[in-house]
Design a binder for this molecule. Structure first.
Ligand SMILES: C=C(O[C@@H]1C=C(C(=O)O)C=C[C@H]1O)C(=O)O
Length: 167
């Protein structure tokens, strides 16, 4: 029954859980990106690719009634968190004189499609939390349901949840 506060809260809890699960899934791709770029010598930062994704997510956001600015800010923070993971790995590999990985995934063929497939799912998930984001109960859920992000370091986690926080 949608009139029951307990059930409504449980539904919200599941939505926040799902959102964190998707954020984690996207960040889990960053080491694969790092490997393919380590082998190719390609730059970690790819502003053109980011711009392309941002335009795409803003279009999709409009189509589902989500604030495109919020969607773009959210994705920018996911890019930034993923790039930090990549930078930290490249730094380790430099220090260890890491040889090219074999096999390494191909960025365009194997890796980026995985990121792209997550985009619409992430948009749906952030739409579910958008309206109530600054309500105390939601800020509490954003704290208590963050366990899927535990595998990433504090700095990465902070960047990834940046746009979900409230003033
Ligand atoms: C993931 C990549 O690396 C960086 C992070 C991006 C992302 O998180 O989507 C996009 C472009 C790059 O700045 C990539 O090049 O695909």
């Amino acid at each position: 029954c949608t009139h029951s506060p307990a059930v409504a809260t449980q539904a919200k809890e599941q939505q926040v859980q799902h959102l964190f699960h998707l954020i984690a899934q996207r960040l889990e791709v960053a080491p694969l990106v790092a490997r393919s770029k380590w082998n190719s010598g390609g730059a970690i930062n790819d502003p053109a690719r980011e711009q392309f994704i941002l335009e795409e997510v803003q279009k999709q956001a409009l189509a589902i009634g989500l604030n495109p600015r919020f969607a773009a800010d959210f994705f920018q923070s996911q890019f930034d968190a993923g790039k930090l993971i990549q930078q930290q790995l490249h730094q380790e590999w430099q220090q260890q004189n890491q040889a090219p990985f074999s096999p390494a995934p191909d960025l365009a063929r194997d890796v980026r499609p995985v990121l792209d497939a997550l985009s619409p799912q992430l948009l749906t998930a952030i739409k579910q939390v958008e309206a109530d984001r600054c309500q105390p109960y939601m800020q509490r859920l954003l704290q208590t349901e963050a366990s899927p992000l535990a595998q990433f370091n504090t700095e990465v986690r902070k960047i990834a949840v940046r746009t979900l926080q409230c003033p």
